[in-house]
Design a protein around this ligand. Structure first.
Ligand SMILES: [Zn+2]
Length: 200
């Protein structure tokens, strides 16, 4: 069952770093796609060609956790180890399963039935998630200023109906930044236009 290593030293260390880094890359992916990117008030609309919907990141996380877990369950079984039955798919679950697999990576990578498929699977998952983590959804700046903090900080993530003020100090004493739907925004914008018309 276990024997000569299937991967050379540099390949197996590449697999190890990819497995460790998967967690971090997935966090980045979730971070960007939830719209919590770094705040730069002068940031222009990014030009990512194919913005993914926020749920794509969560779908990918779920799929990755399921994939890693199936390897863990199977490998633990042939080793005769017991493993905790995890519930749900989430970021902590990913951390847990990657570190469990990391701890036994040497064994897995020298096992005839696991080495090749698991090792190459980890590498391809890593490049897929890394590529996705670098693609941020397009952020469209809205014309109207924030009704609460009066800064030009209202963006909309393409494909989403939610507009949230990006000024973290917005509404500090009033329960946080302004959040509204596109309809609410347009309603407000119309009201502003009507009001400015009256002032003339
Ligand atoms: Zn604001």
């Amino acid at each position: 069952m276990t024997g000569a290593p299937f991967w050379c030293l540099s390949d197996s260390s590449a697999i190890r770093s990819a497995l460790v880094d998967l967690d971090r890359q997935m966090m980045l992916r979730l971070f960007h796609h939830d719209g919590y990117g770094s705040i730069d008030l002068n940031e222009r609309v990014s030009s990512s060609p194919e913005p993914a919907s926020p749920s794509d990141a969560h779908d990918q996380l779920d799929e990755l956790v399921r994939w890693l877990r199936s390897w863990q369950v199977s490998y633990w079984k042939i080793c005769g180890w017991s493993h905790t039955a995890y519930v749900g798919e989430s970021a902590p679950a990913l951390t847990e399963v990657t570190s469990a697999l990391c701890a036994h990576l040497d064994g897995i990578l020298s096992h005839t039935e696991y080495a090749v498929d698991f090792g190459s699977g980890v590498l391809s998952w890593h490049s897929e998630v890394t590529a996705a983590a670098q693609t941020r959804p397009r952020r469209i700046s809205m014309q109207m200023r924030c009704p609460q903090c009066h800064l030009a900080t209202l963006p909309r993530l393409e494909g989403e109906d939610r507009i949230e003020c990006r000024n973290r100090d917005c509404g500090a004493n009033r329960g946080g930044p302004v959040v509204m739907t596109a309809d609410e925004y347009h309603g407000l914008a119309e009201a502003v236009i009507v009001a400015s018309g009256r002032r003339r």
